[in-house]
Design a binder for this molecule. Structure first.
Ligand code: C2O
Ligand code: CU
Ligand code: CU
Length: 512
């Protein structure tokens, strides 16, 4: 277990390692085989290294951070997040061919995963591709996803929780022509909010995993950070905005709402815009999920404050559902925490300035009707079942934990086929929510059973779906384009690190 002292020590070691990891370009990429066939439109360097960030008043906090350098491509490709440990926002056009040189200057192994992107198996950031300190991994892929808000973060086995918590995460935004035609708010009116929670010691240093229960429940902090800033506040124009919201927390679940009870206008989810705007009193957002909102700050008067909050989520009641066992997720450190998972709190305050402007208008239709492109009819598909359970510090999927190369029979699928996977949260001791994420594709949520909350957002294309204890969810997915080994796992990062993760294998037409 990594305690606070170990974390600080690792951070210190990294400062030394940093001197050794100098980047060079123009040398042959690590994957020489693709050099002849792949001509990138965009080329960037991304480096993970220890640094410090001013998060709270007083001493800076030691963090780990991504920094980026544009080697080739439009200048807007890399957008640093001001005053933040977050990595630069990478903005690319659909269809772009991207080459990214990742350099690991952390004091431990790492690898970068492009969460939500449909890329080849060896470009995914699978833990078996993790590289040692000072090493480089070159990614080459074509961006085939539709426009949407994706993200990137490390994925070394057993260390993802620590590395993301230390600050390693960034947004990967894809744009396309279909979305551009809608003339949605852009520039400073297209805002991204990355929601995270952190625990600090009195010296402003990050603290991770202080209690053995923290791993089982997932780690929650005691302070809400938005875009890496505490007590997030921003001045906004009195006009429509697009808000792209990512739950970048290790384990915290948010129930988003405006504090004055005004409904949220939802326009997008994990894989981009949904068909038509939806009004919701609140939206439940599990770790790694995204939601996009339309908000006209002109509805608040000039000088007024629009406040985005997370409302109370009664996780203890969920855990007390019949057959869910006795011990709720509030035990352990969380019982004493001022901000346990599900506690209500303020996320962001927007102060409205200027005279109201109503343009642009919210389109009635955002995306084409969402037919699933598949040759087979859904009715004819077999349903595979995956049972999730957490018992005695062992998170399992169909009773198995992670094996680096291991794949079971039900985890093997054929290239170009579609399947329905049913995930069942069996509860356990204690019963816990599990946000399930499937790599390499965007799926459709066909339905859920036993839902204790009506404000989950299953619309649109998704890559992560939240399952409360006792719930079952059916996902429809298609395994297109790329054969090979991909991950699926619980995106509660402590659960993932404990092995609540498995491979699925896409069998190509030739056996590999
Ligand atoms: Cu966002 Cu496998 O992860
Ligand atoms: Cu992913
Ligand atoms: Cu989990």
């Amino acid at each position: 277990m990594i305690n606070r002292r170990d974390f600080l020590r690792l951070t210190g070691a990294g400062t030394l390692g940093l001197l050794a990891g100098e980047m060079r370009f123009g040398e042959t990429p690590a994957r020489a085989s693709s050099v002849d066939t792949f001509t990138p439109d965009l080329e960037l360097a991304l480096r993970a290294a220890p640094t410090e960030a001013a998060i709270l008043p007083g001493a800076p906090s030691q963090v780990w951070s991504f920094t980026g350098d544009l080697i080739r491509g439009p200048a807007e490709t890399l957008q640093p997040v001001p005053d933040s440990y977050l990595g630069p926002t990478i903005r690319v056009a659909r269809g772009a061919k991207v080459r990214i040189h990742f350099t690991n200057d952390l004091p431990q192994e790492s690898i970068v995963h492009w969460h939500g992107l449909h890329v080849p198996a060896d470009m995914e950031g699978h833990p078996r591709d993790a590289i040692a300190t000072g090493r480089r991994y070159t990614y080459e892929f074509e961006v085939r996803n539709r426009a949407g808000t994706y993200w990137y973060h490390p994925h070394p086995h057993g260390k993802t929780g620590l590395q993301v918590y230390a600050g390693l995460a960034g947004l990967f935004i894809v744009e396309d022509a279909a979305e551009e035609r809608l003339a949605l708010p852009r520039g400073e009116h297209d805002m991204a909010l990355v929601l995270q929670d952190r625990l600090f010691n009195p010296d402003n240093q990050l603290v991770y995993l202080t209690h053995h229960m923290d791993r089982m429940t997932g780690f929650v902090g005691e302070r809400a950070l938005v875009n890496g800033r505490a007590a997030f506040r921003q001045t906004v124009a009195a006009r429509p905005h697009r808000l792209r919201i990512l739950n970048g927390s290790n384990a915290r679940i948010y129930r988003l709402a405006w504090d004055d009870g005004r409904p949220l206008t939802v326009i997008g989810s994990d894989g981009g815009l949904i068909e038509t705007p939806l009004e919701r009193a609140s939206v439940l957002l599990g770790p790694a999920e995204r939601v996009e909102l339309w908000v006209d700050f002109g509805e608040w008067g000039r000088g007024q404050e629009a406040v985005l909050v997370s409302k109370f989520i009664d996780l203890a009641a969920v855990s007390a559902l019949p057959g869910m066992g006795m011990m709720g997720p509030r035990r352990g450190r969380m019982g004493a925490s001022p901000m346990p998972n599900g506690a209500p709190h303020t996320l962001a305050r927007f102060t409205v300035r200027g005279a109201a402007g109503r343009d642009p208008r919210l389109p009635d239709r955002l995306a084409p009707a969402e037919a699933f492109e598949m040759p087979e009819s859904a009715a004819g598909l077999q349903v595979k079942r995956f049972d999730l359970a957490m018992n005695h510090m062992r998170g399992t999927i169909n009773n198995r934990t992670f094996e680096m190369q291991g794949v079971a029979e039900e985890e093997t699928v054929a290239l170009d086929s579609s399947e329905i996977w049913e995930f069942v949260n069996r509860g356990g001791m204690p019963p816990l929510p599990h946000p399930i994420h499937v790599h390499g594709l965007q799926f459709k949520v066909l339905g859920r059973l036993g839902a204790p909350f009506s404000d989950v957002l299953d619309q649109g294309w998704k890559d992560t779906v939240l399952l409360m204890p006792g719930e079952r969810v059916r996902l429809q997915m298609r395994f297109a384009d790329y054969p090979g080994l991909f991950l699926y796992h619980c995106h509660n990062l402590e659960h993932e690190d404990m092995g609540m993760m498995r491979n699925y294998y896409v069998r190509g037409t030739q056996s590999i």
